[in-house]
Design a protein around this ligand. Structure first.
Ligand code: IMP
Ligand code: MG
Length: 190
């Protein structure tokens, strides 16, 4: 099913180039660690790091899943921590989407306690209308209305992450995804 495409491959490519330029400008001469939030940010991070023209290191964190649901339980749990020592380094947390803000708030508090030199957020998508806690998103790809979207790393019950574009999830899509084994609560499924 095609669904309504919100962001085409070209939209994403163009915006990532701009984000990469901004990050390159802001972090020049700094010890940069880009930390992707699994699983959703894996595609975004992979494309974004190739637009940053600086030496940098990459790491990942994983947090607990919404499972098959499309609304947050509000409970965030860390499943995989960073491997690198981030103290005194400039950390850029890379997220697929900021919705309620609960995930980011949790991760920011966790990483801030390690005393990085700086800690900022880069998110492909931002749904400000769904926010429950304030979080500052310094680098934002696109603001979107509070719709559930999939593709380019974003899933519904683990499906659709491989789509090269972002589209609105439609009811037929959700039924297809939830009818399979993938509908179960999983690890790092965000
Ligand atoms: P938050 O904690 O509510 O901000 O949720 C952030 C996480 O929820 C993201 O990392 C996504 O994995 C997931 N999420 C929120 N909105 C969507 C969506 O529209 N599509 C797919 N995943 C979403
Ligand atoms: Mg998810």
């Amino acid at each position: 099913m095609e669904g309504r495409i919100v962001l085409s491959e070209e939209d994403i490519r163009r915006r990532l180039r701009e984000l990469g330029e901004a990050i390159t400008r802001d972090y020049r001469g700094k010890d940069l660690v880009m930390v992707g939030v699994l699983k959703g940010a894996f595609v975004f991070l992979a494309d974004l790091v190739r637009e940053v023209d600086l030496p940098l290191e990459v790491d990942f964190v994983a947090v607990s899943s919404y499972g098959a649901d499309t609304v947050t339980s509000g409970v965030v749990r860390i499943i995989k921590d960073v491997d690198l020592d981030i103290s005194g380094r400039h950390v850029l947390l890379v997220e697929d989407i900021v919705d309620t803000g609960l995930t980011l708030r949790y991760l920011m508090d966790l990483l801030r306690a390690r005393e990085p030199a700086s800690l900022e957020v880069c998110a492909l998508l931002n749904k400000p209308a769904a926010r429950k806690v304030e979080v500052e998103v310094k680098y934002c790809g696109f603001e979107i209305p509070p719709l559930f979207v999939v593709g380019y790393g974003l899933d519904c019950a683990e499906r659709f992450r491989h789509l090269p574009y972002v589209k609105v999830l439609e009811s037929g899509d959700a039924e297809d995804a939830l009818s399979g084994e993938n509908g179960k609560e999983g690890i790092g499924g965000r």
